[in-house]
Design a binder for this molecule. Sequence first.
Ligand code: MV4
Length: 450
Amino acid sequence: MAKKFNKVLIANRGEIALRIIRTCREMGIKTVAIYSTADRESLHVRFADEAVCIGPPASAESYLNIPRIMAAVEITNADAVHPGYGFLSENADFAEICTDYGVKFIGPDPEQIRTMGDKITAKDTMIRAGVPVVPGDGTLLKSAEDGMERAERMGYPVMIKATAGGGGKGMRIVTRKEDFVDLWDSARKEAKASFGNDGIYMEKYITQPRHIEIQVIGDQYGTVVHLSERDCSVQRRHQKLLEECPSPFMTDELRDRMGRAAIEAGKAISYEGVGTVEFLVDADRNFYFMEMNTRIQVEHPVTEESIDHDLIKEQIKVAYGEELSGKNYFPKGHVIECRINAEDPWNGFRPSPGKITSFHSSKGHGVRVDTHVYAGYTVSPYYDSMIAKLIVRAPTRAEAITKMERALDEFIIEGIKTTVPFHQWLLRQEDFRDGNFDTGWLSKQELPTK
Ligand code: MV4
């Protein structure tokens, strides 16, 4: 029997820090919160057993500052670090420093993070594992001329992507050769500025894809299982707004094929921990590996509610060496998650930080709200604008939509603008209700202006 952790330091803030503390408490594991001076009044600071202030509001001086976080590990004597999502969660150097220091980084090992962090290496690994990838040549482009020659052979439209990229940065669709040089230049500049690496590769552009991802979990003994899918096709500028399971586009046959591919992806790198294999799925239900996220994701509650398991608990258990049974999990009923952001949806989703003057969370049967905010809380302009996740579960998709509409109607957040009205609008759209949408759908809609 593996020995569980005594004390976990949570290298994060906001709802995910709270989410991790909750599970640790249920598992009898002590918790350490770290916080910036902007987060003094945060609930993760109150609910953790100990809390250490690690610096000023700017992330670079607090939640991204490895020396300060390691100092907090040292003085609290934590034996594991949970990185949450964002911040240092996919930073291989941080994982390595934790390991060298003798604390368990709750996540995959640095090698696995590095393999998936470099998109050409990731794609090459998938090809060797027999996982379908987007057609393209898996090598860096040498120059704009080299790129144009390859695009001619591949046929337009093509997509050029930063090998250090992810989440849409340093990525361009090129539809004709006249545009190649300009788009190449801007992709390289963006990649250099964002990642300090301007390596670019090329793929065939998949038109009107859906974004369907498979949740996986692997243990330290080579067992990898899948926990079914999440459909994340409703996005705006690579920010997911709504996720659901099952995907309206899913069939038992497609889930079986995608699930097996995701397991092969995980096994290829002896993946340990929770991870997500992202696929593009075209109109003919061909699917292509896009990238693998080596962290717990924002939308993990969709899977938790679908399969009725605590993913953070499973993640911590495999981190301290428990074995998985080897069985896959399939969704029961239908789950939808809406991301509630402090943004004005009718003004280009402009951030709307400030003080929440009144707050009443939706409640009732089949409703879950993951949030760190409360009446009187001030949403800081320094961090991500997500303030809550509203998750509903019902027997069918139609019932889940109705329940979500009810839950959105009773959510009261005053003092700042939020994406609640956007979701109310979205759920009324015929295309959404029919499951008739892909990653490009939202950008083609005319949104209300108030
Ligand atoms: C693509 C693609 C179509 N064809 N690659 C988006 C972020 C990164 N994970 C890769 N992404 C995509 N890669 C090829 N060859 C479509 C996406 C994509 C997307 C593109 C434009 C607008 C929204 C999108 C949402 C998900 C995926």
